[in-house]
Design a protein around this ligand. Structure first.
Ligand code: SAH
Length: 266
């Protein structure tokens, strides 16, 4: 598949945008570069005349924009998600430049659904939102003032996607990826896996009374970095279920009873 044909597949997600004008400008920034799919998570005001005015000739993108209640829903079917963020905020995600981001995102779009997520004007993306991303993208700026206008940040990334699609580096990676592969796990599948992982770690008393937040974040990062297929996730679910079963057996015979033990019927 031509790399240019991948551009319209890339989903741009704007989270909690407060200025409708920015939604219109973002749509325009996308359309000039060949991006088409806009998703809006809980926008403060949309549709809105200011959005339409600033969209100029890209109001078709606005008309087709999906409005969703939360980020989880907006990216549920995506197997690769990048979050644009000016600051690192203590979330130790891999950080990509816009160029690296474009070169990762395009071939991934050939494998299934992908998204590029932008935060709200005042607050940016929350830690929880960034935790759902495989990596973050930071546009290089002056360190004293690092926050671009939302639509301008969309423009920079859309431009890099355009450059990558027009055949810069990355085309070979896409060709290599065109070979048949297992279906990549979606964001919703990964979240289901993380819930099972939490549950199994509690069942085997892994955290030993601590809250385990740091470990949980590290494990999320590890498994997201692995870019697992559906089948790999299924295998890990199997491992976790066996661990839970063994923990239940152990507590039934009175070994290391923990606070989470439930009676096991015989
Ligand atoms: N005050 C916020 C900035 C929000 S700007 C903060 O400090 O996080 C709105 C959005 O534009 C951001 O959430 C991000 O998605 C994007 N953005 C702005 N500047 C950026 C930069 N330097 N690199 C990457 N994304 C940026």
């Amino acid at each position: 598949m031509s790399m240019l044909a991948l551009l319209p597949r890339i989903r741009v997600v704007l989270v909690a945008t407060s200025q409708p004008g920015n939604i219109g400008s973002a749509a325009r920034a996308m359309k000039v570069m060949g991006l088409q799919r806009l998703a809006l998570v809980a926008p403060r005001a949309f549709p809105h005349p200011e959005a339409t005015a600033l969209a100029a000739g890209s109001d078709d993108l606005l008309a087709r924009a999906q409005v969703l209640p939360d980020l989880e829903t907006a990216i549920a079917d995506c197997h690769f998600v990048l979050g644009a963020s000016a600051r690192r905020r203590g979330v130790s995600l891999p950080e990509l430049s816009p160029r690296q981001a474009a070169q990762a995102l395009l071939p991934a779009a050939g494998q299934g659904e992908v998204a590029l997520v932008f935060g709200a004007e005042r607050t940016g993306l929350s830690n929880e939102e960034l935790q759902r991303c495989h990596a973050c993208v930071r546009i290089a700026t002056d360190p004293d003032y690092s926050s671009l206008n939302l639509a301008q940040a969309v423009q920079v990334l859309a431009y890099e996607l355009r450059l990558a699609a027009e055949g810069g580096a990355g085309a070979e990676a896409a060709d290599a990826d065109a070979s048949p592969r297992e279906r990549p796990a979606s964001s919703a599948e990964m979240e289901r896996f993380f819930r099972h992982l939490d549950q199994a770690l509690r069942a085997i008393d892994f955290h030993k009374g601590k809250d385990g937040v740091t470990i949980t974040h590290r494990l999320r990062r590890l498994f997201l970095r692995a870019a697992m297929s559906e089948r790999e996730v299924a295998i890990l679910h199997g491992v976790l279920s066996d661990a839970e079963r063994m923990a239940a057996l152990a507590s039934a015979v009175g070994e290391s009873p923990g606070p989470d033990d439930r009676p096991v019927s015989t």
